[in-house]
Design a binder for this molecule. Structure first.
Ligand SMILES: CC(C)(COP(=O)(O)OP(=O)(O)OC[C@H]1O[C@@H](n2cnc3c(N)ncnc32)[C@H](O)[C@@H]1OP(=O)(O)O)[C@@H](O)C(=O)NCCC(=O)NCCS
Length: 161
């Protein structure tokens, strides 16, 4: 049964495995590189879920996807969204985004942002379906300076907003 769960520092080994799989599969989708993160220590991996809300999509207990919410000046930034190719198209990525948006609601922030490579057509279609819209900001990807990334934003639903 698929589920989305929040990871803790104790889950560092599973987190490492799924994140490195993402960097192997989608090297242009992220503001980092496989070489950089392969060099991370156990302490590095443990520190990520202690600083940010990190969620994994599990299928029969095995992590097949990842997303995290990192505080930024506009609210919460959705980072590291990835689903293993064999599990795409089934709604699991919606659950990962919903977990980050839920965390934004808990924190009382009103916007979730995401940066996407301008040519990542599938991700753009996905974010568009969920209601993300371009903010007009664009910047080179810090790990791939020849790639332009554009910022998208989603208003967080909430009772007081
Ligand atoms: C982005 C990602 C998490 C989305 O999850 P997913 O399960 O693939 O998403 P969905 O299938 O629900 O939605 C993708 C949409 O793109 C469409 N699509 C599929 N292939 C496409 C393509 N080559 N070009 C344009 N649209 C495409 C799908 O039809 C779907 O649209 P629809 O809902 O209107 O039918 C997943 O594709 C992924 O992990 N990609 C690689 C990593 C990545 O790009 N991460 C985002 C970093 S910002």
């Amino acid at each position: 049964m698929p589920e989305v769960t929040r990871l803790t520092p104790q889950d560092w080994s599973a987190l490492r495995a799924v994140r490195l799989a993402a960097l192997v599969d989608s090297p242009h989708a992220f503001a980092s590189t496989l070489a950089r993160e392969t060099a991370f220590t156990e302490a590095d991996w443990r520190s990520w879920p202690s600083r940010h809300a990190v969620f994994a999509a599990l299928v029969d207990g095995t992590p097949v996807g990842l997303a995290a919410g990192a505080p930024d000046p506009a609210g919460l930034e959705l980072v590291s969204l990835w689903l293993a190719p064999g599990h795409r198209g089934g709604g699991l990525a919606d659950g990962l985004v919903a977990a980050v948006v839920g965390r934004a609601g808990e924190l009382g922030v009103d916007t979730v942002t995401a940066w996407v490579w301008e040519h990542n057509a599938r991700a753009h279609r996905f974010y568009d379906r969920l209601g993300f819209a371009p903010t007009g900001r664009g910047e080179p990807n810090p790990a791939h300076r020849d790639q332009l990334e554009v910022e998208l934003a989603l208003p967080v639903p909430g009772p007081a907003r």
